[in-house]
Design a protein. Structure first.
Length: 164
């Protein structure tokens, strides 16, 4: 893509602003934002945004050839950001799923204890937090759910050990 855009820049007189190239780049940047690249690929997304900003600045300065090259770079970076974000989101979803299974197992162990040994309000609080983590994961906030689960797990494990 970058090579094609660069070749097009050299073959034309570049007397007019590269509006089509900038629109394409901006569309790809929006796609990366929609893929939550700022969350799952923040460093790459930062490079994408600075590159598209630089392309726009070059266009405004009538450095059209350089603007086309930067727009092409922004397209390539944005496409990479989408791929990286999608991959990282899938990995995070797996981590959340594993964390929820571990929490569910701990909750099952605690609930299998003698009812007299399990303090009702304390266990109910853990159960409510677990359900909140599930809800957060289902709403799409995977990183928040993973963080909450990581905090609940040691507390629940300590609770389970105290009941032994």
């Amino acid at each position: 893509m970058v090579v094609c855009l660069t070749a097009a820049a050299w073959m034309t007189s570049c007397a007019s602003p590269p509006t089509a190239e900038l629109r394409l780049a901006e569309a790809r940047v929006e796609r990366a934002r929609g893929a939550e690249a700022s969350i799952y690929a923040p460093d790459l997304m930062s490079r994408v945004e600075s590159t598209i900003d630089e392309a726009a600045r070059l266009s405004e300065a009538e450095s059209y050839r350089e603007a086309i090259v930067k727009a092409g770079q922004a397209v390539a970076l944005a496409d990479n950001a989408v791929e990286q974000a999608q991959l990282q989101r899938r990995v995070t979803a797996r981590h959340v799923s594993r964390c929820l299974r571990e929490l569910e197992g701990l909750l099952a162990i605690v609930s299998s204890r003698e009812p007299a040994r399990v303090p009702g309000p304390a266990f109910a609080a853990f159960l409510d937090r677990y359900r909140g983590i599930e809800a957060r994961a289902q709403s799409g906030d995977l990183l928040g759910a993973l963080d909450d689960g990581a905090q609940l797990k040691p507390e629940l494990l300590a609770f389970e050990i105290a009941l032994r």
